[in-house]
Ligand binder design. Structure first.
Ligand SMILES: [Zn+2]
Length: 138
């Protein structure tokens, strides 16, 4: 079914282009500081730990754990009128749990704090590839 109003698509900025290219390729990519090795999220020019501007993009496993979530019952944008209620997760990625990513929950049943999830890549009705999260057994 086609949405009556197009959903807004993510808008990559200078720093996040490699992230969105990764999503399009089915990879969850973050910057890794070339000086101290810390993973950097959200994408930005300078490392929050050591101030280095050098970084390399690397793919994460896509595994994480639910840190928090909300269930949206209110229609905040007309393109989502047929989708409420929907659940949005805050996920701590396994490689560095202080990296918290946001995405729709694609699962049966209720989410739970600490539940293992993995990233899945879903093409939205707006044509953009998006990161959603689904329960991961084990
Ligand atoms: Zn650093």
């Amino acid at each position: 079914m086609t949405d009556p109003v197009p959903r807004p698509a993510p808008q990559a900025d200078r720093d996040s282009v490699p992230f969105w290219e990764g999503v399009e390729a089915g990879e969850l990519r973050v910057q890794q500081c070339d000086a101290c090795g810390r993973l950097r999220w959200p994408p930005r020019e300078i490392c929050g730990r050591c101030r280095s501007t050098a970084s390399t993009w690397r793919a994460l496993s896509g595994a994480g754990r639910i840190d928090s979530w909300i269930v949206a019952h209110q229609v905040f944008h007309p393109a989502f009128a047929d989708s409420v209620p929907y659940t949005v997760l805050q996920v701590a990625v396994d490689e560095q749990p202080d990296i918290q990513m946001i995405g729709l929950y694609e699962g049966e049943g209720e989410p739970a704090f600490g539940m293992a999830v993995r990233a899945v890549f879903v093409r939205g009705s707006n044509g953009a590839m998006l990161v959603h999260w689904t329960p991961s057994p084990g």
